[in-house]
Design a protein around this ligand. Structure first.
Ligand code: SF4
Length: 407
């Protein structure tokens, strides 16, 4: 991984703060990346959303107030570790400083709009955004199977309202792209779900596989990831955070150069023609280009790229497909996740039989591949893979209201 000089200096600042709290730290001039992040966080009224800034950039939002680095760290911890929703709750910084900061800033928010629990333990959370749009997150406890971890809770996070990628099997794609989520709207999903988990249970894993193509909202996703990974933020291990993509090749390489998160590639086909039929992005970045990129990504030797393969009966589930998939994976540090299609009334796509899925999996396993079949979760609440976002507006009307007040 490329070492980010900004992160290195941040580490230095934190070390100094922990040992030398009285030391005055001078704010260096904002670099281009920091200025760009500040501009993305700025609303039409000129106020900056503090929740859309990572800790390397937050000090510049306090510029001119003095001791910016020290105070930024205090604000960041209150926002992401204590989950405060009002700057007046930051008690370790003087009231006058917080008042001055409040006058020039705002805090991005997600209003809980409802939740619905599936019979299999999956929970779908619906959030309303400030402009009336809705997004969803799905909480998935580890499967009830031998070897499962009862303490593992994964949150599937959305990164856009709708999606521009138009994958033919996916209902979210029907919505088209409405808008990108801000960094705050992305990072708040795990924070707010965590606050609703009972009995000291904790979210352990994040997957960016909800509504949207994460790399199509690259800058905000990277800022949200920095907040999630920061030990003074949401403090997730990079080993437990996965970003899924249809294969925006230049952005994929840029992400791996920027952060050490896990990568999942939504593949779903074994020939260029077949993939073009279901994933229009293949016309922009061919499957050959995508696989060449995956072969040369500088990922850590302990990591593998997960290839998601939605199996559709009579389309990509033959043994010829299995053989081509094995060939595509040559020299790639790959893990293959087979996802039997979730049938729904909006698509004339059939789910392969269990025997077909088993044979496909066995073919790959016999050739030494790490291959799993994803258990279907949350179908009864339309939270399964490819079902997010469908008729979200109508869901608002039928979901039971949450007890929690909107933040
Ligand atoms: S599968 Fe993912 S990238 Fe494709 S349309 Fe659906 S949300 Fe977008």
């Amino acid at each position: 991984m490329t070492v980010d000089p900004a992160s290195a200096s941040l580490r230095e600042v934190k070390d100094r703060l922990r040992g030398l709290l009285r030391d005055e730290l001078v704010l260096a001039p904002a670099d281009a990346e920091a200025r760009a992040q500040l501009e993305r966080a700025r609303g039409p009224d000129g106020r900056v959303d503090l929740r859309s800034l990572d800790l390397r950039v937050l000090p510049w939002a306090l510029e001119g107030l003095g001791k910016e680095q020290v105070r930024a760290l205090a604000v960041f911890k209150h926002l992401w570790q204590r989950g405060v929703s009002d700057l007046s709750e930051v008690q370790t910084v003087s009231r006058s400083t917080m008042n001055a900061l409040a006058a020039r800033s705002r805090l991005g928010a997600l209003a809980p709009a409802g939740r619905i629990d599936s019979d299999d333990g999956t929970t779908k959370f619906l959030w309303q955004l400030h402009d009336g749009h809705h997004i969803e997150s799905v909480l998935i406890p580890d499967e009830d199977r031998p070897g499962s971890n009862p303490n593992r809770y994964t949150l599937c996070v959305s990164t856009q309202v709708g999606c521009a990628m138009a994958c033919s099997f996916c209902l979210t794609g029907d919505l088209g792209l409405k808008r990108n989520l801000s960094a705050a709207e992305i990072a708040l999903q795990p924070l707010l779900v965590q606050q609703q988990m009972p009995g000291g249970r904790r979210l352990t894993n994040i997957v960016m596989m909800g509504m949207g193509e994460p790399l199509h909202n690259f800058d905000n996703v990277v800022t949200a990831l920095r907040i999630m990974l920061d030990e003074d933020g949401l403090n997730f291990s990079h080993r437990r955070v996965t970003v899924s993509t249809v294969g925006l090749v230049p952005r994929l390489r840029q992400l791996v150069d920027t952060l050490p998160v896990n990568i999942a590639v939504s593949l779903n086909a074994t020939t260029e023609e077949q993939r073009r039929l279901v994933m229009p992005i293949t016309r922009r970045y061919s499957m050959t280009e995508l696989m060449d990129c995956c072969r040369t990504l500088p990922i850590q030797s302990t990591k593998r790229i997960t290839f998601e393969y939605v199996m559709m009966a009579g389309f990509n589930d033959s043994m010829d497909d299995a053989a081509r998939l094995a060939a595509l994976m040559t020299d790639v540090p790959a893990k293959i996740n087979l996802i039997p299609y979730n049938e729904n009334p909006d698509r004339d796509i059939r789910r392969p039989s269990p025997e077909t899925v088993r044979s496909f999996q066995a073919y790959l396993a016999e050739r030494g591949f790490n291959v799993t079949v994803r258990a279907t979760r949350g179908v009864d609440v339309s939270a399964a893979c490819g079902q997010l976002g469908k008729a979200a507006q109508r869901m608002v009307e039928r979901l039971p209201p949450l007890e929690t007040e909107p933040s």
